[in-house]
Design a protein around this ligand. Structure first.
Ligand code: GSH
Ligand code: FE2
Length: 287
């Protein structure tokens, strides 16, 4: 069983995880976040540094910075973690589709030559180890084309697929997202052993609950998930998801996030005055 500690970022409602092997003290950080204020352009590594400090305190060596997908709501800390620890950055191999789409949108052809921003691209079903802990990657697209779930020991880090049972599921209206695909990915997760612990990527606090939560089980999700519990058909789910997605505004940080996260959290190169800039494409998203 892996050691697991969660870190909840209130600004973006993101749950990030420190996962470790007690036997070898090797560890992974999953979906660690940077703090970015688009109004001032201020970027801070504070949330990720808290995770690194905790890893130090526990005597852990961080060997992986794992991303469940190219996040559209926060800047990823993977590149910062790699710089601090030498960890390798892993993500699902379909990230190349997301990179192509957003390199075009952000007119960033120079990023084309950067094939090495991620250290490892995981294929569906690929296995690897964190110390002596067995880990397996399941492609779980739908929220985005490149979403993956990391199954590490008895725990599944599902990113943005399922959320807590009382909140339901992630949106499927991002570019390349698809509600029917998300439903099928979720069924794959719900086919894991019922006692599997599930750790979700966000908690947006449904009406009636004011304490963030991020841990549940396959058994609980099968019985209680408000969007996809047993008995909800694909057609019912797709209709619900499409209707709900029409009501959701674009994430506050979607534009800065995507241009940084297709580069594993690396910022664009500084301009000739030594300053780094992020772009805002005008009228690129119609809704
Ligand atoms: N209000 C948040 C929303 C972010 C958002 O759209 N989150 C995605 C995951 S990246 C989602 O699935 N949201 C589901 C929902 O808001 O119901 C923001 O602006 O950052
Ligand atoms: Fe997401």
């Amino acid at each position: 069983m892996p050691g697991i500690e969660a870190f909840f970022d209130k600004t973006t409602s993101t749950a990030s995880y420190l996962v470790w092997d007690e036997a070898t003290k090797e560890a992974a950080l999953i979906d660690a976040v940077l703090d970015f204020d688009p109004a001032t352009g201020r970027l801070s590594t504070t949330p990720a540094d808290a995770m690194l400090a905790r890893a130090d305190e526990l005597g852990l060596k961080v060997t992986w910075a794992l991303e469940t997908h190219a996040h559209a709501d926060h800047l990823a800390a993977a590149d910062h973690i790699r710089g601090r620890t030498g960890a390798r950055i892993g993500i699902g191999e379909r990230i190349s589709e997301v990179q192509t789409r957003f390199r075009i949108l952000f007119n960033a052809p120079e990023a084309e030559t950067e094939s090495d921003v991620f250290d490892h691209l995981f294929s569906d079903g690929e296995t690897f180890r964190i110390g002596s802990l067995p880990a397996r990657v399941m492609h779980t697209p739908g929220h985005t084309p490149a979403c993956v779930t990391y199954v590490i020991g008895d725990a599944a880090f599902v990113g943005d697929t399922l959320f807590m049972p009382d909140y339901g599921t992630a949106r499927a209206d991002f570019p390349g997202g698809d509600a029917a695909t998300l439903y099928r990915s979720i069924r794959k997760i719900l086919d894991l052993p019922s006692e599997t612990r599930i750790f979700v990527g966000h908690d947006y606090l449904p009406a009636g609950r004011d304490t963030p939560a991020w841990q549940t089980t396959v058994a609980e999700q099968r019985v209680a998930n408000v969007h996809v519990r047993e008995g909800v058909s694909e057609a019912e789910f797709v209709a619900m998801r499409r209707a709900r997605d029409k009501t959701l505004a674009a994430p506050r940080l979607i534009l800065p996030s995507l241009q940084v996260n297709i580069r594993a959290g690396k910022l664009p190169a500084p301009e000739d005055n030594g300053r780094v800039y992020l772009k805002t494409p005008v009228n690129a998203f119609q809704k």
